[in-house]
Design a protein around this ligand. Sequence first.
Ligand code: OAD
Length: 266
Amino acid sequence: MSLQRMSQPGLRIFSTGAGISAESGIPTFRGEEGYWTVGAKEYHPQELATHYAFTQMPAEVWAWYLYRRAVCRAAQPNTGHLALVEAEKLLGDQFLLVTQNVDGLHLRAGNSPGRTFEVHGNIDYFRCAENCTPEHYPLGEGFLPFAKGQKLSPEQQALLRCPRCGTWARPHVLWFDECYNEEHFRYDSSRSAAAKAVTLVSVGTSGATNLPVQMGFIAAQRGAFLVDINPQPNPFSQLAEQQGGRWLRESASTGLVRVVKAIQGG
Ligand code: OAD
């Protein structure tokens, strides 16, 4: 089956995961990500990326996020990210990008904030830990660089406060013990877009998180053309093949270049 249906008019959604940023040198979430040591205890990311951990040790959780953010800021968008910028230029309002990635690389590559739903947040921003306001604030340059194992100084801790109520600020990311919502993560908008899509292209995701998987099934039920781009089998590649779609068993960068060519009618 060719990729010709990518040129069919209508809403085309691109749903990206950590695999698209792997080629920029950012470790995938379930890949070789290292452990994080606090005191003598080692923590896996899934233990630290929780609201509970933040309530118990806010400074240590912040230090881990500021380190990960520094890794993201040192990375550059790659060919896959740039292909999605090209897709948005070609499609305009018939383009929507839904990303699980918090690294901000899609926006830095040039995709527009209005057509980019960061459904797990963005590591470059913080917000009030008590949610006194839904505002997201940029972390700015003051915490760069931030080395692995570095501790927050008292001065830096004093900066990580809500500018409105003065309580702790928190990273603007979705934690494992939290739920999606529309206000911070565009939950309802993502689901309703999937119900209107004529094609859904999933890229570099293992299908381990809830909203992207829901979107895949909603689009499939609607008869959308499904494409998965991933060197490894995953729920999206299986769904695509079951629904007469395509599994491009290759990297995000080469697969997305092919998809953009198909949109151009190439
Ligand atoms: P994972 O680390 O779970 O999966 C990465 C996927 O990318 C795997 O299926 C790899 O086969 C694939 N991959 C690796 N290199 C690739 C490449 N060059 N091109 C294409 N694919 C490649 O990452 P995600 O599925 O994105 O959520 O899941 C990450 C989410 O899970 C995070 O956003 C986080 C975590 O729970 C929250 O924090 C809420």
